[in-house]
Write a new protein. Structure first.
Ligand SMILES: *Cc1c(COP(=O)(O)O)cnc(C)c1O
Length: 311
């Protein structure tokens, strides 16, 4: 990034040549199957621009990432919200919920804010049953935090020419959230359509330089995975000692049941600890707590203990 800083008077490469080449080689797909975005959130929006309109709809879990719903609303598309037993996507029910008017099925895997993962078997059965007229979007923002054996292989379906879009990001494992860079792996035809509605320089030059460097920074990746794994154990252990039920997480955050979540959110914030209230997700008794450094995790648990003792 320091090297790239000297070139910031120039426009970025609007075709992201080097980044697409590096990602394609890493993932075993063609550069024409990659679409870099200003965060993968931009790509969720591009999917909406390309595929959604008032006579169409999406299928998503009822505790799924809120952006899917927002993008559908922006196009006045219908949202079919499928219940998530045990906070987990029910892929069989989602396949059944697809209608002729459905254009996108969104599957956050792991899902935010629940942290739950659906495995290979459920994914394969879903892919065998879902009608092919709807785009299946696997949003894998957190997938590379998991060890390889826990990650379902969904890229095989893109390679096989299925109507599948996989979203990945440099915001989570690689710690580059402030730069805004993510990407889609998708059929060439879908990439072409999204290229027509995106801005010509949607991804900035600093972000591309950082992403290329980050892909080679294996030591950082290993350190981050370990930090998240240990942090999850600390938090989940701490919640258990406080008698708070939580949803076992495959991501870098935990959904924890504290009762009257907004009150806890506000009281923690007064102590300088910021968590997410979950009433917007229909979970007024929960908050979502993200793993930090060992010191931050300890401070969070301490603050939480005080807040709960106070009420
Ligand atoms: C964080 C996140 C993203 C990606 O965010 P960007 O920073 O825009 O790449 C996408 N989906 C989910 C479910 C997320 O939690």
């Amino acid at each position: 990034m320091r090297e790239a800083a000297g070139q910031m008077h120039r426009y970025p490469d609007g075709d992201a040549f080097y980044l697409k080449r590096a990602l394609a080689a890493r993932l075993g797909v063609e550069p024409g199957q990659i679409l870099p975005g200003n965060g993968s959130n931009e790509i969720i929006e591009l999917l909406g621009h390309v595929f959604l309109s008032p006579d169409t709809g999406i299928v998503a879990g009822d505790r799924a990432f809120v952006v899917y719903r927002l993008v559908a609303a922006a196009s006045r598309a219908e949202v079919v919200a499928v219940p998530m037993p045990n906070y987990t996507h029910d892929l069989d029910a989602m396949a059944r919920a697809v209608k002729p008017s459905t254009r996108i099925v969104f599957i956050g895997n792991p899902n935010n804010p629940t942290g739950t993962l659906v495995g290979q078997e459920a994914v394969d059965r879903f892919m065998a049953n879902v009608p092919d007229h709807a785009v299946v979007c696997f949003d894998e923002a957190y997938i590379d935090l998991l060890p390889p054996e826990r990650r379902p292989d969904v890229l095989q379906y893109v390679r096989a020419g299925r109507n599948v879009v996989v979203l990945r990001t440099f915001s989570k494992l690689y710690g580059l959230a402030g730069l805004r860079i993510g990407y889609a792996v998708a059929p060439p035809e879908a990439v072409r359509l999204m290229n027509r509605v995106r801005q010509p320089f949607n991804v900035n030059a600093m972000a591309m330089a950082a992403a290329l460097a980050a892909m080679e920074d294996h030591a950082f990746v290993e350190r981050t995975r370990a930090l998240v794994r240990e942090g999850l154990e600390t938090l989940e252990g701490g919640f258990a000692r406080l008698g708070l039920p939580c949803v076992p997480s495959a991501a870098n955050f935990v959904l924890v049941e504290v009762k009257r979540g907004r009150e806890v959110f506000e009281a923690l914030q007064r102590r300088g600890v910021v968590v997410r209230p979950m009433d917007g997700y229909g979970l007024p008794d929960h908050v979502r707590i993200t793993v930090g450094t060992a010191k931050e995790n300890a401070r969070c648990l301490r603050a939480l203990r005080e807040v709960l003792a106070d009420r």
